[in-house]
Design a protein around this ligand. Structure first.
Ligand code: GTP
Ligand code: MG
Length: 193
């Protein structure tokens, strides 16, 4: 899809604040700092549209971005961010869980995994939740620019093995820095919307 317009719509902490027009949604989920907001900006070619930070825990609400007034990109808060209190973590968990389970317009969840490290316990929890919710999911191995080319296959294989995925299950290598994977990701998104 050619992006002709992209704009921040609103932040939501509660389903009553979600858009009501029923346009399809693509959500970005994964650990804090894995690069969800950066990927959204790179896909839309709008630097700084979604706020990013070197420090984990930047995105703390469910943020809706309108794309070509035809669909929404949904930037989710990350998980596994140790500095927040247990209470806040529980609130976040409940908020994200209810979005992923109950959101009718949700077409696809891009599940971002840091290509440099094996999946964490939280990554496993999200995978299980998405399977349970029967939400179509696409796994992305992000920050692939940080992985030496000789290590790439092994890095992807680690995720595949750890998640007990089939040989042919797609894990798309991505980088918001080099733009690797962006064209392939758009092709997949175009098929969902
Ligand atoms: P939360 O909002 O805290 O959940 O984090 P997030 O997943 O939205 O991460 P964000 O996009 O804010 O990026 C976190 C950091 O990783 C920033 O310093 C980004 O510049 C950096 N980053 C994001 N994507 C990439 C990538 O593909 N490669 C590299 N090298 N750095 C990246
Ligand atoms: Mg973010």
């Amino acid at each position: 899809m050619k992006v002709s317009s992209a704009a921040f719509l609103r932040s939501a902490l509660h389903p009553r604040d979600f858009p009501k027009d029923g346009l399809p949604e693509i959500a970005f989920a994964g650990r804090s700092n894995v690069g969800k907001s950066s990927l959204l900006n790179t896909l839309l070619r709008r630097k700084g549209l979604a706020k990013t930070s070197k420090t984990p825990g930047k995105t703390r609400t469910i943020n809706f971005f309108s794309v070509n007034e035809r669909l929404y990109f949904v930037d989710l808060p990350g998980y596994g961010f140790a500095k927040v209190s247990k209470d806040l973590q529980a609130t976040w968990g409940a908020m994200i869980t209810s979005y992923l389970y109950d959101r009718e317009p949700l077409r696809l969840v891009a599940h971002l995994i840091d290509a440099r490290h094996p999946p964490t316990r939280n990554d496993h929890e999200l995978l299980a939740l998405l399977e349970d919710a029967e939400t179509p999911t696409l796994l992305l191995a992000t920050k692939i620019d940080k992985v030496r080319s000789s290590q790439r296959r092994a890095a992807i294989a680690t995720i595949r093995k750890d998640f007990e995925l089939d040989e042919d299950a797609l894990i798309l290598p991505m980088s918001s820095v080099t733009g690797e994977g962006i064209r392939e990701l758009w092709q997949i998104l175009d098929e969902q919307i």
